[in-house]
Write a protein that binds this ligand. Structure first.
Ligand code: MLT
Length: 236
């Protein structure tokens, strides 16, 4: 099974093209929405707690996890809790380390503001960083639509959960499965070096795409080809 974990503050629709390609390649796919996103009820109170919930829905072995950005943070928690359930991992535009004090404070400020003023706050603050300055209109529109489907409570809780996430260097350095890491050379939210570091720590393969943060939406051909090629290698 391929587990697709989405970015903040979007939802699993961001993987619709990839999902179709994976189905066509005969793969089983599970692409959940985090609580508070894409119409999903509830709030994500901690990444660890949510990983424990997800484990209840996952097979005992053979899972290939793919997480972009916040999806990657959750995948790291899953791999820390139950590495034996995974046969491979794909990290995109994400990082292992914790936030700086300043980054953490920015999250807590946004959490408060979103609760007072609504999800539009997150859209205004994040859109340029997510897609870059010159993204095609249709991509901007679909990202906006996904963001506005998130509840203010869901966005605020996810920001607090991300602010509290632990460091994942140790969990990843113990991994003994094939790893693919994708970074964006124009990613200003998570610099490419942070993604590349995951490949170094895990002995994984690194693929650079010339994109801003949401690399799978900005270069779907490059992203999906890298994922499918990696899966072919893993499946032998
Ligand atoms: C994401 O794309 O999931 C977020 O930018 C992650 C973050 O805020 O660290």
């Amino acid at each position: 099974m391929i587990l697709l974990l989405h970015a903040f503050p979007l939802n699993s629709q961001m993987y619709s093209l990839l999902q179709q390609e994976l189905y066509d390649a005969g793969e089983e796919v599970f692409a959940p929405n985090f609580p508070g996103f894409g119409g999903q009820q509830g709030t994500l109170d901690s990444l660890e707690g949510h990983a424990q919930q997800l484990l209840k829905a996952l097979p005992q072995e053979g899972v290939v996890g793919l997480g972009l950005s916040m999806g990657g943070y959750v995948l790291m928690r899953l791999l820390a809790l139950a590495p034996e359930r995974f046969s491979a991992a794909i990290f995109a535009n994400t990082r292992m380390g914790q936030d700086t004090q300043e980054g953490r404070q920015k999250r807590l400020t946004m959490a408060q503001k979103v609760l007072e003023e609504g999800t539009q706050v997150a859209l205004d603050a994040m859109l340029p960083g997510l897609v870059g300055e010159d993204a095609p209109e249709d991509i901007q529109d679909s990202v906006k639509t996904m963001i506005l489907q998130a509840s203010p409570e869901g966005v605020a809780a996810a920001q607090r959960a991300m602010a509290d996430r632990p460091d994942s260097h140790e969990a990843l350095s113990r991994l003994n499965i094939p790893v693919l890491v994708i970074g964006g050379s124009e990613d200003t939210l998570i610099p490419e070096e942070a993604a590349r570091e995951i490949a170094e720590v895990t002995g994984g393969k690194y693929v650079e795409l010339k994109t801003a943060h949401l690399s799978n939406l900005l270069d779907p051909d490059g992203f999906n080809a890298a994922v499918l090629e990696f899966l072919e290698d893993v499946r032998g």
